[in-house]
Design a protein around this ligand. Structure first.
Ligand SMILES: [Ca+2]
Length: 736
């Protein structure tokens, strides 16, 4: 648990033999890059800025002249850049009467640690130590080298560590109070984590500018619950102070409590993201992956997520500011001066599709909500360019993918409910209907996908390895959530019935067949069947609930028990101080290797929909707590105490600390600076509380934000009771 930070804090006073002998050394080197002088390696600062950098391809050494002979027993060697590129092979040598000699125990090979303790097998007395890079193919990147006489000295003693970016400090003598930095919804579960606090520590809630306590409680198992605190809506911010049980008191970040906080704080950012990340016409004139959204793919679910968001509160969506101007964009894209950036993967045909969209289709009504204009853009683009291929190692060939086709069902189904004749031309509906009729069956949506079968999944220990089925990173990439076509088939069942089209029964039969297959073949205890699908789990459980609620007489009889079993497994994996739904109860808190904020963002759709059909009131209560807690995690209630957006200034004004490790700007899909981008969340390496744990890949993804839209929609449905179940009746539960 947070070993390095604790060690640093406990070593504030320097014992005998624990001085850094390199601090007063004079450093010289074989060579150095401009600005990265040898003295940087002994300036007492561990940082990327204060490094010594050698030229590549040359023998490189760094000499630390101690002036007079000193006894040295251990070296602390800080190398690399950010969390990687440690110097792989080096020798530590000392100056003897006969010249340079290897220090016993000073030979390092195959190193990948950016913070390395090199303890000598025999101490040396010497007036100089030399670091010699033994891999000429690698630039020597040396942030700092410290030398000590006492081998037991804690790593980094006497040094200022600025390599950790925005990582928080942890003071083991104080309580630590970790909250959702944006805040909590008044009528929902409200919980925080106090990871260092013993049971029985007291907490008090107050306004940030007032000392008076408004609510009190007790911390148990590292958790505090203030669900019972329900202040009237106002503009004040609140703090939680935890005290007692032998630790100094501490206060949380400020946060809001409001009835409609998610809608007030998140919906605009969610829509802004989809505006900015559009391929070609958004904030960057490129199309990484060749989809309608940059870095999107056939399984990205953007269009359905926007339909669900609109359905969950039509009045609010229609009241949001209108930013999109179809005619302005048309003029821009059709101009011969428009500069499309075709360098990103799968850009062939993209500009033609974008221009075709503006040239061939009837525009949306100028007064339509941005959400409708985005849906029109997405499906309109796919009408012009239906075939696609995922650029990241997917064995599926270039074709019209079923998960592209099924997105159309959401619009067709929602058309009369949302009275879309107000905003879109009937010709658009007809083209979408014709597209579905042409491609539904041939793209496999009436069948069970082979990729749902756990026999095709990579093992947890070898997820990057070869897969006999050819599915790179399957299921962890999230391409084929089991039963993803169940809900689309049910929607088409309603659409065809409504329209008097033939063969409506085949959609219902497909949904039944697919559901029965899942019940028979999917074991929720296998974590790969649930959270293993990364941000796509929200396609599975909510679809099953939809079936049960809308067509109870047609649903397989085992379906209620199957959903309840999913809920029980989810709850059983969440019994920890973060209320965090883990991947497994072994070493994996999150899915192995990969970045998964989309899983947090989409989880509420699973938990809340399941809560509408399970019977046990305790299970319902816990599912609602977990739905909120995964959103809390996304906004800072996690071991690194940081929210998922890397640039919270773009749409998240209440966030105190965005994600500390940033993805480079202006590369790949250019998602980083889109408003509303969710970038990263802690991996297993940071749980339960290791603030020095390794960062995972911090790149945002349109799929994460699509999952967030779905999570937001389900929160709104639950809150406002407007879920489109029971054939249009508005209540989602009859017993609440
Ligand atoms: Ca330095």
């Amino acid at each position: 648990m947070c070993h390095v930070a604790l060690a640093l804090l406990l070593s504030a006073t320097t014992a005998s033999g624990q001085e850094n002998l390199a601090a007063t050394a004079t450093a010289t080197a074989s060579n150095a890059r401009d600005g990265y002088v040898p003295a940087n390696a002994v300036d007492g600062v561990i940082s990327d800025e204060s490094r010594w950098l050698s030229h590549s391809g040359r023998k490189a050494w760094l000499l630390m002249d101690l002036g007079v002979p000193k006894r040295v027993t251990v070296a602390h060697v800080f190398t690399g850049y950010q969390d990687a590129s440690a110097v792989r092979s080096f020798d530590l040598e000392y100056r003897s009467e006969d010249g340079w000699e290897l220090i016993p125990g000073g030979r390092v090979r195959g190193n990948s640690q950016t913070r390395l303790v090199v303890e000598f097998t025999h101490p040396v007395s010497t007036s100089a130590v030399r670091f010699v890079n033994r891999d000429p193919s690698q630039v020597a990147r040396v942030r700092e080298i410290a030398l000590y006489e006492d081998a037991s000295v804690a790593i980094g003693t006497g040094l200022a560590d600025r390599s950790r970016g925005n990582r928080p400090e942890i003071d083991p003598t104080r309580h630590l109070v970790v909250v959702n930095q944006v805040g909590y919804q008044t009528s929902w579960p409200k919980r925080f984590t106090a990871p260092l606090s013993p049971d029985g520590a007291l907490f008090a809630i107050r306004e940030s500018n007032n000392e008076r306590s408004l609510f009190r409680g007790v911390v148990r198992n590292g958790l505090g619950d203030f669900t019972g605190f329900r202040p009237a809506d106002g503009d004040v911010e609140f703090l939680i102070e935890v005290s007692g049980k032998g630790l100094k008191s501490a206060v949380s970040d400020p946060f809001s409590i409001r009835e409609d906080l998610y809608q007030e704080q998140f919906w605009q950012a969610a829509v802004d993201f989809m505006i900015d990340s559009r391929s070609v016409v958004g904030t960057h004139p490129s199309a990484y992956g060749g989809s309608a959204w940059r870095d999107g793919t056939y399984y990205d679910f953007v269009v359905p997520s926007l339909v669900l968001l609109y359905l969950s509160d039509p009045e609010f969506v229609e009241s949001m500011p209108k930013q999109l101007d179809w005619h302005y964009d048309k003029k821009r894209i059709l101009s011969k001066d428009f500069q499309f950036d075709a360098k990103t993967p799968h850009s062939d045909g993209v500009l033609d599709a974008a221009r075709g969209y503006y040239a061939d289709l009837e525009p949306p009504h100028p007064g339509a909500p941005d959400v409708i204009k985005l849906i029109h853009w997405g499906l309109g683009y796919y009408l012009l360019k239906p075939a696609s291929k995922d650029p990241s190692g997917d064995p599926e060939p270039w074709k019209v993918q079923g998960q592209t086709v099924e997105q159309f069902a959401f619009l067709l189904w929602a058309w009369p409910r949302l009275e879309l004749d107000r905003w879109l031309d009937k010709s658009f509906y007809d083209r979408c209907q014709a597209f579905v009729s042409k491609h539904w069956e041939e793209s496999g949506l009436l069948e069970n996908s082979k990729w749902w079968d756990p026999a095709t999944y990579q093992s947890v220990s070898d997820l990057m390895g070869p897969n006999p089925m050819g599915g790179y990173l399957h299921p962890y990439k999230g391409r084929h959530a089991p039963g993803h076509s169940i809900l689309p088939n049910l929607l088409m069942y309603e659409v065809t019935n409504r329209s008097g089209l033939p063969n409506s029964e085949r959609y219902l039969h497909a949904a039944q067949k697919q559901t029965e297959w899942l019940i028979k073949n999917i074991d929720w205890n296998d974590p790969r069947s649930t959270k293993g699908h990364r941000m796509s789990e929200h396609k599975t459980v909510p679809g099953l609930v939809w079936f049960l609620q809308n067509y109870p007489d047609h649903a397989p009889p085992d379906l209620p028990g199957f959903i309840e079993k999913w809920a029980q497994v989810a709850v059983s994996r969440s019994n920890n101080m973060w209320d965090f739904r883990r991947f497994d109860l072994g070493e994996h808190w999150t899915i192995p290797k990969l970045n998964e904020p989309g899983n947090l963002a989409g989880f509420p759709a699973c938990a809340l929909s399941a809560s509408w059909v399970v019977k046990d009131p305790e299970l319902v209560k816990r599912l609602r707590q977990l739905a909120v807690a995964q959103f809390d995690n996304l906004f800072g209630r996690n071991p690194i105490q940081a929210a998922a957006p890397g640039h919270p200034e773009n749409g998240f004004r209440l966030v105190e600390r965005g994600w500390p490790k940033l993805y480079p700007k202006n590369v790949c899909a250019r998602i980083e600076l889109c408003r509303g981008a969710l970038c990263a969340s802690p991996g297993s390496e940071m749980y339960p509380l290791d603030i020095d744990g390794k960062f995972r890949h911090p790149e945002g993804w349109v799929n994460f934000n699509a999952a967030w839209n779905v999570g937001l929609a389900y929160f709104a449905w639950d809150q406002y009771g407007r879920a489109p179940f029971h054939n249009g009746k508005t209540r989602i539960r009859t017993d609440r």
